[in-house]
Design a protein. Structure first.
Ligand code: NDP
Ligand code: BG6
Length: 515
């Protein structure tokens, strides 16, 4: 069994998880190796899984249980944040099973059901199944249909061992497909069984955003159009597409990052205070914020959106390939590896405040940041001449790396002359709390096991975000490579993205040194 502890589940919230079987569809994939297997085993190491816990890997190749165990062991050695000792592993591996089957073959699901029933006989009690759909999005639909058709979705419904399903992102390819997925989910599952994952919501710093906003009274009075002049959200990566070219070329930056991770950061930054911390209240407020987003100007003189693809360049001092030269990328690919946009919310709080979003691969560095830029004070006492230059106050919320929050203020430099300089009040998670923070997937898998959907996305949230972005994707599809900008790898993206801010008095902050 996966858990070696003598005590049963003791989550921080004191919930007791029933005996569990986790079934991963797409278990031979990158996500399972890098994130899911390490998360499950770290939860186990912290005694946060039930004593009776099994992991079934599901995939199309007929590999043996032994080979699966070897794959998982290698993945843990390579990617777990903590070492897995031999004694723990020896106990863990007994409960790893592989089930070979196609994703669109009902029979494979019926034989899976038999395997699950056999485990229940072996442990002599009912177990909850947590199905984790971790395949490319094109396969989500047949998996969900077959979970329904085989009866696996309905197992023990209405009891504490009811089946649950986690569905990876992106949730669909556009508004239409997200809507179709939601329809199948509504037909086959109760919403309480469904967990649409966005791993950014499991990051400590993202969870902390609500605490920063609503547990500190100093922010609320200034968190609006009267004091905020712009909000920027950057989620940049220095890596390229690596060996995920097949998936990425069908996806692109807008589907892969903006539709989900970046829009969730926007929703949490812009939403109104929820009436309580229960999942529905928070999701209701996020949906309202997304609903308030004005449609984007896609073409014309001053479009609100920019897309680009990386050219060769230098990253960390090493030469890197252009996107078109990466493995599996067609020479005529029009897929964007970078997207930036300017958005407005048509509501009372944010009327007229631009929200600038950008995300891309092969940029200058990995950084996820929310920057709230405040309005300048009137230029009466300071600000008229260059020595008395008043810099805008900035609140920089660093999601990763160097997780923390920095507030930039203006200060007088010491000396007889009056000169101003921006200074920072900085808080770093690691300095304050230490570095052994659980990974996002640990938190999210645990929450799903315990039926807590707070940090997951509701169906209408996903559709709302697609509703805004689908017209952009349709337009880009129709244009092929026309209008697709280029940027050298290792830079901060195309010049066209700077033009989004032109004349507004703003500039991209992340990557600029304020020290
Ligand atoms: P992979 O491309 O590695 O695919 C996972 C598995 O799905 C494969 O090993 C394969 O398993 C099966 N598969 C792949 N292509 C197809 C296909 N065309 N038809 C049927 N089955 C296929 O994906 P990842 O593991 O990278 O990602 C899984 C999901 O998680 C995706 O939805 C992705 O968007 C999401 N995600 C991934 C992240 C990452 O860093 N990798 C991060 C966050 C989310 P087999 O051949 O054994 O059946
Ligand atoms: C995933 C994307 O959702 O997020 C990947 O599919 C991306 O392309 C990854 O690399 C980034 O996640 P993180 O946690 O490293 O910022």
């Amino acid at each position: 069994m996966i858990n070696t502890s003598t005590t049963d589940s003791k989550t921080s919230l004191n919930r007791k998880t029933p005996p569990t079987i986790i079934i991963i569809f797409g278990a031979s994939g990158d996500l399972t190796a890098r994130k899911l297997a390490p998360a499950i085993f770290n939860l186990s190491k912290d005694n946060l899984l039930p004593k009776k816990c099994f992991l079934i890997g599901y995939g199309r190749s007929a590999i043996s249980d032994e080979s699966f165990k070897n794959e998982i062991k290698e993945a843990l050695d390579a990617h777990s944040r903590r070492k897995i000792e031999a004694s723990t592993w020896n106990t863990l591996e007994k409960n790893l099973i592989f089930h070979a089957g196609a994703y669109d073959d009902l029979n494979s699901f019926l034989t899976l059901e038999k395997k699950i029933s056999k485990i229940e006989k072996q442990i002599d009690c009912k177990a909850q199944c947590l199905f984790y759909v971790s395949t490319p999005p094109g396969v989500f639909m047949p998996i969900l249909e077959n979970l329904g058709e085989s009866g696996l979705a309905k197992r023990h419904r209405g009891t504490e061992t009811a089946s649950k399903v986690i569905i990876e992102k992106p949730f669909g390819r556009n508004l239409q497909s997200a809507h179709e997925l939601n329809q199948v989910i509504n037909k086959r599952f109760d919403e309480s069984q469904v967990f649409r994952i966005d791993h950014y919501l499991g990051k400590e710093t993202v969870q902390s955003l609500l605490v920063q906003r609503f547990a500190n009274s100093i922010f609320e009075p200034v968190w609006n159009r009267n004091y905020v002049s712009s909000v920027q959200i950057t989620v940049s990566e220095d890596i390229g597409v690596g060996n995920r070219g097949g998936y990425y070329d069908k996806s692109g930056a807008l589907r892969d990052m903006i539709q989900n991770h970046v829009m969730q950061l926007l929703a949490l930054t812009a939403m109104e205070p929820p009436s309580s911390l229960d999942p529905e209240s928070i999701r209701d407020e996020k949906v309202k914020a997304l609903k308030a987003l004005k449609p984007l100007a896609i073409e014309g003189e001053s479009p609100d959106v920019v897309r680009a693809s990386y050219a060769a360049g230098l990253v960390g001092g090493l030469p890197t390939k252009a996107y078109l030269d990466e493995e599996g990328i067609p020479q005529d690919s029009g897929t964007e590896t970078y997207a930036a946009m300017r958005l407005y919310l048509d509501n009372w709080r944010w009327k007229g405040v631009p929200f600038y979003l950008r995300s891309g691969k092969r940029l200058a560095m990995k950084a996820s940041e929310i920057v709230v830029q405040f309005t300048r004070p009137p230029a009466i006492l300071f600000g008229q001449d260059s020595r008395l230059k008043v810099s805008p106050n900035l609140l920089v919320i660093r999601i990763q790396p160097n997780e923390g929050v920095t507030l930039y203020l203006n200060s007088k430099t010491p000396g007889l002359e009056t000169k101003l300089q921006p200074i920072k009040l900085a808080f770093g998670y690691e300095t304050t709390f230490g570095s052994d923070t659980p990974e996002a997937y640990e938190r999210l898998i645990l929450d799903a096991l315990n039926g807590d959907g707070t940090l997951f996305i509701r169906g209408d949230e996903a559709e709302m975000s697609w509703g805004l972005l689908s017209p952009v994707l349709d337009y880009w599809d129709s244009q092929g490579r026309q209008g697709l900008e280029s940027y050298a790898s290792g830079t901060w993206g195309p010049l066209a993205a700077d033009k989004l801010l032109l004349g507004s008095g703003h500039e991209w902050i992340t990557g600029r040194s304020y020290d």
